[in-house]
Design a protein around this ligand. Sequence first.
Ligand SMILES: NCc1[nH]cc(CCC(=O)O)c1CC(=O)O
Length: 315
Amino acid sequence: MTSKLVVGTRGSKLALWQANHIAGRISERHPGCEVTLKHILTTGDKILDVPLAKIGGKGLFTKELEKELLTGGIDLAVHSLKDMPTELPPGLVLGAVTERVDPGDALVSPQYQTIDNLPRGARVGTSSLRRKAQLLAYRPDLVITDLRGNLDTRLAKLASQQLDAIVLAVAGLRRLGWDDRITQILPREICLPAVGQGALAIEVREGDTRVLEMLAFLHHRETAAAAAAERAFLNEVEGGCQVPIGVFGRIERAGLVLDAVILSGDGKTRLADAISGPPADAEALGRSLARRMYAAGGRDILAGLVGYGKEEKNE
Ligand SMILES: NCc1[nH]cc(CCC(=O)O)c1CC(=O)O
C-alpha cells in the first residue's frame, strides 16, 4: 500500500533539521510511505528585529503551521515543543512527543568558559526573559543584552556585538552539530529550562487515525509525562513562552519529579519549589505545584511584569 505524508516545518536551519530528522524516522519505519517537506513562514520568522517579549501573543512559531494542518495542506507539523502554546486550537492534538535528550541551557563563552569565570559587568546575550532573570538572580552584575535570530545569527553576534557570552539551548546546538561551541552547560540550580525544551512535538489533526497510528512509534512516554507536568504548570500560571519561569520534569526512581522557578524580570525575586508523584498524575502535579507557588508569592512576582496576565492589565 502506498501512502503519502506531508510534513510542515519552518524554514530555519534548526526547524529543517528537526523536520528532516522526523521525516527520516518515518521513512525508515514506513518504507512504502512517500514523505515530503513543506516550508512555512511563521510570524516569529518574519519579525527578527524585535525582542520576542515585545511582539507578544502566543504561537508566534506555530500559528501558520496550524492553519495548514487544519486546511489539509500538511498532515503533520514538527515543532520544538518549547515553542508550542499550552492550549492547541480546536481540531488539533499532539500526535507524539519525542524523547528529550538535552533539556538544558548552554553558555557559549570562548573567552571565559563558565558563568563563574565571567568578569564583573560582563555582557551576556540572550533572547529569553527566563534566561535573563535566572542569570541576573545568580549574577546581578551581568549586563544582559537582547539577542534574537536563528542559532547561527546568534552565534555570529557573539563576536560582532562584542559579547562576553551568549546562552542558547543545548538541544539546538547539538542538533546542528555546534556543540563544540558549548563552554558550559548551566547547572539546574542556576538555570532551569523552558517548558518542553529539548523535545520535539508532532502536531496532527484530531481523529486522523491513519497519521496518528503511523506516528505512534515516535512517542516517548517518559518525556511526554514530564512535558505534560511542565505544560500543566505553565498553563496554570497562564504563561506563554516569554515569562520568567523555568520548569523541569523528569522520571526518577521516586516517580515524576518537577522543579520550578518563578522570577521577577530583573532576577531580584526568585521563588523555587519542587513536587514529585506518580507519572500518571503528571498534569495534576504540574497544576498543584503552580498553585502552591502562586500562593507563596509567585502571583505577585508575575503580576509585577509589564503586560503579563489578563486580570492585571488595569493596574
Ligand atoms: N526559541 C527558539 C528555540 N526553540 C527551540 C530551540 C532549541 C531546541 C529545543 O529547545 O528543543 C530554540 C533555540 C534556543 O532557545 O536557543
